[in-house]
Design a protein around this ligand. Sequence first.
Ligand SMILES: [Zn+2]
Length: 233
Amino acid sequence: MVEDIDNKQGQVTTPLPDGRGQVVGIHPFAQFHFCPKCGSPRFVEHDAKSKHCEDCGFTYYFNPSAATVALIERPARQPHPQTPPIREGSCCSQQSSDGEALPLTGERGAGLEWLCVRRAKDPARGTLDLPGGFSDMFETSEEGVIREVKEETNLDVDCVEFLFSIPNQYEFSGFLVHTIDMFYRCHVKDTTGARAADDAGELLWLRPEDINPADFGLHSIRRGIEKLLKLQL
Ligand SMILES: [Zn+2]
């Protein structure tokens, strides 16, 4: 991948794979003026994702932070009369081995509600979201999504199933954090104890047909919702 940097502006132009256009943004290290190892001000942009110290030779690469997103489903409280009954049984046996998204067939998706949260904090405070958050150091992505679901909804996840991932940018404390958001279907046997906490201001069980992706404030979550809605058809 070829990347160009305009050092004066700190602007980075990054072509996307497969000719999907390009992204123009601020270099992730635009606010990092000094070498974190020796303190030299000669800490310069090396390429679109790294900076190099011209005094001590230290090079630091910026990679996306791992984050997780949880799709939690339950049978609709008042199923639509025309929707078929939900088949019982664990979906965990359908876990994909190659990381490909598993289809949400019409039969599978019908008559379900998805657990959405209303964001209690910025960015995008007050908009809809799905449970999830950043992975911690030394934990697996699967452990991270289970922990985040517990923190935000008080629900215990029995098993998880990877669906797909979407890159995102997340502004926090005036700094643009690049993330790779990994979407999981999280199986929860008992959803009765759900309550909002931490980053979640409110929990909402919504039918997919009542969900408007535009109500989701974070870019990757909105795209993920669009993808999930498309897959379930
Ligand atoms: Zn240095």
